[in-house]
Each structure stands twice: as C-alpha cells, then as structure tokens.
Design a protein. Sequence first.
Length: 354
Amino acid sequence: MSLTDHAQEVKHQAGESTSDKWEGHPIAAIFPLMSDSELAELAKDINEHGQREDIVVYQGKILDGRNRYRACLLADVEPRVTSYIGTDPIRDVLSWNLHRRHLNVSQRAAIATAALPLLEKQARERKAEAARKLNAALKGNPIRANLPGPDKGQEEHRARTDAATMFSVSPRSVQTAKKIQQEAPELLEEVKSGNMTLNAADQQVKQAKRKRKEDARPVHDFRVLAIRPDWNLEYKTLRRLEFPDTEECFHTFVVVPNERMNDGLYLFRDWFGVPPSCMFTVRREAVVKVDGVSTDTDIVFYAPIGAPEWVNGGPQSTRETGDLSEFWQKVESWTDGPRVSVGFEAEGFKCLPL
C-alpha cells in the first residue's frame, strides 16, 4: 500500500479530513530531523537505490521515518509505508534510532529530555490504570482504601530513570540536560548536534547564572569590610555566604576562631579570591582548649582588595592585646570610611545582614 492510500484509509476511519501530507507522531519528535544537506543526500540515495526501509505509521501519524518521508517527497518518489505492530512505541522508536545513529553520551543525554514528557505521561497512565483496577476490585466493599494521588515528583524521578536506562546514560546526565533545556535551550540544541559536550553546556549555564546573580547584587559604598561569620555553621554553608560588593578598593577583616583556622584560610580565598596577607590576634571573650592547649586569643585575617590606603600610619603590629571591640576602634582609626560590618555591630561601622 502506498503512503497516500494508507493515509486516506486511516483518516477516513477516524472521520478526519484526508490529506496527502502526513505529520510526525510526538514520539518520533524525540529525535531531531536531518539538516537540509543531510536530507538532500538521503533523497539522492533514494533516487539511486530506492527506499531501503518502510515508513512506520501509528495512530495516523509517522512513528518512524520522518526523514525518509521528507526525502521521498524531495525525490518525487512514492513513499512505502507499513503500520506499527508492537506494544511499546516509545521503546521501539528509541531502539530503531539509537541503532541507526552514532550518538555520543552527551547527545544521548540531551535527546533523552525529549522522551521525559512522554515517559512521565506513561507513568501517570500506569498509575491511573492501577488505581482503576484496585477501585474496581474494592467496589461494594464497605472498607475502601484511602488511595494516595499521583506524586508528580515520583513520576518525574521514574521517568528520568527510565530515560537514562533507555539511552544508556546516567540519571544525573539526564537531569543536567533537563536543566540546560530549561535555562538555555539553544545550548541543548548544540549538544544534540554534537557541537558541544553536556559538561561544557552545563558550565556555560552555571557561569551565566553566577553572572546574573552577581549583576543583581547591590553595590555598596565602603572602603572597609569587617566580617564575623557564625562559625557554628557547617563548612559547606559558610562557603556559600555572599558578602556586599563595592566598586572601591577596600580593606577586608575576617574574625576566625583558633579552632577553625584552616577553614578560615580556605574560606577567605573562596570568598575574596586571595589568601590573607596577614593575621591579627585579639583577646578572646573566654579561654578555650584547642587540641588540648588553652588559648585566650582569636584571629582576624586581613587582606587588601585592590590597593586601599591606611591612615594615621596604619597598624604598627599584628599582636593586639585588646578584645574585638578595641580592635574595631583601632581599625576605625587606621582607615577612611565608609566601613561596613557583617555579622556584628561596632561603633563607626554600618551593619549589613548576611
């Protein structure tokens, strides 16, 4: 049967208007169409050697062979068609196309995102069918089960796992591809075409997100930034802290307990992109033991960001005998304002929230 005759018959039975133009089935859209140059090559091959594989039709639409159909039209060759015979069109389409196409891991993960909505729908239908069967079994029973409704999160997780298995990639890769699809669909198209790896696209998305976040941060007017974080927080939480920004050069001071000195060194570099250039010691509010040794001092790491200037001669020593309150008074005498404090209040500083 020719494709035209088959189309007429299927659409006649469905009560639809008959037309020579066939649409692709949504399942077929999982895989991208050929480029114009590739399509021209296929049309040339069909002209010279004929149509090698049948076009598969399902529910009145092309399930497999959209490129063959387009190439036949381009070559002015009557397409050859067959009806789909099977029970799982999604898996069959994946099997046919993954066998034909030479796709790398990044491409498979990117293309898997097109299968997710179909697999999620399939999961919902399976759950609804199971609920209908259970309700039918419980019909007339005075004790009815309190059935939970479909969990969208579970459906999405199941669909992601199924897609990963079908495309022979990790669920994490599918999740990354989905994130790229949501935030930068043009990059996902580059991954699908093989022009970019999934990791490179992910890095671009993250960089763009960081830049948007940085651009949205308010710029403050200060020449001194003094910080006393809550050191009861975990390292990962502290690492995510963000501090006010300024267009000026500024002095940076960060208070670090002796027992968190190593954390403080790493975090200082993470926060400001440079290591501390020196540290001041200040009297601690209470004596504590660090590795069995009693200590009565805390540390204040310091680094200049840019080339800020000191006034009144600046600090003469990094060994301070006073407590933090006295230390901030000295900082006020060593520097020009404005001054900003984060995590504490001090005279001469404008306190900003973390």
